[in-house]
Design a protein around this ligand. Structure first.
Ligand code: ADP
Ligand code: MG
Length: 576
């Protein structure tokens, strides 16, 4: 051994650095979170290693951001939180990732191991708390286990059906250190093993399944292709397009599947949704669950004889929906295999087929009716007039299309049918869980995940309120996000109670659905140096959109909507 290496102390690395280094070696480039005891150094170390840390006001929004980042990039979004309450707030993000099947890892500090059970600062059994929402969780009890913990969480969250994972690092572990040599050896070993594991993951699509699927499609009289966010996360847009073009079968995207193929495609059945799902006899469902959003695949919305071909990465999902023909695997791979075997046109269509004609005619009729309603300038604004103006402004931007974020009841419902999606993964909404409060977190995730795109949020005032403080985050990082608030003074809108029902000592209180009328949401962003607009007429809205879209700077457009326009509970009235 050389003399100087005996004299010189070995270089050491602390645990915060080690976590950051592990994340960086795993290819992580962004983190979302709220710092504080004991994770502040971890965030700083990550930044020093070239990871962008987006600091939020609330872990709930940061968690929603991490989940959406996972969806948009296909790589786990990382959420960093403090112990106890920080971890609990972060559960919002983890649960949203679980419900939507999006890859995400939450990393929380936790209290000292020696003091656990004695009422330590922010003490909580965090592993127990995250249990219902994660695919995998681990508490690292020593610095030696940190690298493996990081890689295991990342690998689990993205494998099979994506979802949330959790890494717990007690504060005493965060204060441990090791030599750099030890750290590098640990990381090298993990990386080598991981490569071997990944090489084993060659997904084989069942040939028999493909043949059965083709035979079903060939015999179908009224086939339909449905695709959802599983196809989107698989980046299967080219394969979906090939299938549609090769077979001539009409298609229906789920809300976030919208854009995989342009909404304006001649085989889009979106505007003839009831007919398409009500009358189809074979439905090829790609990366979309037959859950409430697709009426469970059951009558009365679907015909009782419809045969489903389900393409899903999760075998459990296919088991759950049996009887059906299941093709287990990544949507892109399965579709490649399917398209390869479709030699001659199995459904042999084109627009002359009666089923395709029925769908396209119905869609044209419905579009014409809707355009009639949209063409009117209604002031005070209903939902349709401002939505048409926003749609036209978005279309005017061309490509790259902006990422649209949408939440609310009427605002989201109307937006889903009026706004046009032309490119894959450009729509984020309340999703499988109907989560309200995702707005600003999703906007921030979209802006950092796709820096070439503008982000446009169209939100109800109540949805906006959940995460409104994060407009400061938009301004701080100067993100190109324009938030349009449909302000009708509350949840669903004005006070719609029957006067006879309003009794009791608090009868003079505002309705549980009401907010301060005419709330100046545009002023909120101005408090931080962003741009605010208050608009109530078509011209005012058009000019605010033109200016803010070209500025590509944080802005809030507060759109005054008639408080009595729209339906109570949007389209979910029967459930409220
Ligand atoms: P949507 O809300 O658009 O209908 P869902 O979230 O209900 O979509 O369904 C998405 C489905 O996609 C899930 O069942 C999930 O297992 C599946 N999935 C996720 N990733 C992939 C992939 N790479 N290939 C195929 N299916 C996938
Ligand atoms: Mg409202």
């Amino acid at each position: 051994m050389a003399a100087e290496s005996i004299d010189q102390p070995a270089a050491t690395i602390d645990c915060n650095q080690l976590v950051a280094k592990s994340l960086s070696r795993a290819g992580i480039t962004h983190m979302f979170g709220v710092v504080g005891i004991p994770v502040t150094s971890l965030a700083n170390r990550a930044v020093a290693l070239g990871i962008r840390f987006i600091a939020f006001h609330n872990e709930q929004s940061a968690g929603y951001a991490a989940s959406a980042y996972g969806y948009l990039t296909g790589r786990p979004g990382i959420l960093l939180t403090v112990s106890g309450p920080g971890c609990v707030h972060g559960l919002a993000g983890l649960s949203n990732a679980a419900a939507n099947a999006w890859p995400m890892v939450m990393i929380s500090g936790s209290c000292n191991q020696q003091d656990f059970g004695r009422g330590d600062f922010q003490e909580l059994d965090q592993i127990e708390a995250v249990k219902p929402f994660v695919k995998f969780s681990v508490k690292v009890r020593d610095i030696k286990d940190v690298c493996k913990g990081v890689f295991d969480c990342l690998d689990w969250s993205g494998s099979g059906r994506p979802g949330g994972c959790y890494l717990d690092i007690p504060s005493d572990v965060l204060h441990q250190s090791m030599t750099e040599l030890e750290a590098d050896k640990l990381l090298n070993d993990i990386e080598n093993n991981r490569k071997v594991e990944n090489d084993k993951l060659v997904n084989v699509v069942s040939k028999e399944g493909i043949e059965k699927a083709i035979s079903l499609i060939r015999k179908a009289e009224r086939p339909l292709i449905v695709f959802g966010k599983g196809a989107a996360i698989a980046k299967a847009e080219n394969e979906v397009k090939d299938l549609v073009v090769k077979t001539g079968i009409p298609f229906l995207p789920t809300p976030m599947g919208k854009g995989l193929l342009p909404d304006t495609h001649e085989l889009a059945a979106t505007a003839a949704r009831s007919l398409a799902i009500g009358k189809c006899d074979v439905a090829v469902v790609i990366g979309a669950r037959l859950n409430w959003l697709l009426h469970f695949g059951e009558p009365p919305k679907w015909s009782k004889d419809v045969k489903f071909i389900l393409i899903d990465i999760d075998e459990g999902e296919i088991e759950l929906r049996k009887p059906c023909l299941g093709l287990v695997g990544d949507a892109k791979m399965v579709l490649k295999a399917l398209n390869k075997e479709i030699k001659d046109d199995p459904f042999c269509l084109g627009r002359t087929h009666p089923w395709v004609e029925a769908i396209t005619n119905k869609a044209k009729d419905n579009v014409a009716k809707m355009e009639g309603l949209l063409a009117k300038d209604v002031v005070p604004f209903n939902f349709l007039t401002p939505m048409r103006i926003i749609r036209d402004a978005i279309i005017g931007l061309g490509s790259p299309a902006p990422i649209l974020v949408s939440e609310g009841a009427n605002t989201m419902d109307v937006g889903r049918s009026v706004l046009v999606q032309m490119e894959p993964r450009t729509r984020l909404d309340a999703g499988t869980w109907g989560t309200m409060g995702v707005g600003l977190g999703y906007c921030i995730a979209a802006a950092v995940a796709s820096p070439d795109r503008l982000v446009v949020a169209v939100e109800g005032d109540s949805g906006f309120g959940f995460s409104a403080m994060e407009v400061e985050t938009l301004v701080r990082y100067q993100l190109p996000v324009v938030v349009i608030v449909f302000n009708n003074g509350g949840v669903y809108g004005g006070d719609r109670r029957n006067p006879e029902d309003i009794t009791g000592p608090y009868k003079d209180d505002p309705a549980p659905t009401s907010f301060v009328p005419g709330a100046a949401y545009h002023v909120l962003i101005e408090a931080f140096g962003g741009k605010g607009y208050l608009v109530g007429t078509p011209d005012e809205l058009k000019s605010a959109l033109t200016e803010s879209f070209s500025a590509r700077k944080p802005a809030v457009i507060n759109v005054t909507i008639d408080p009595y326009a729209g339906a109570e509970s949007g389209r979910m009235q029967h459930k409220n």
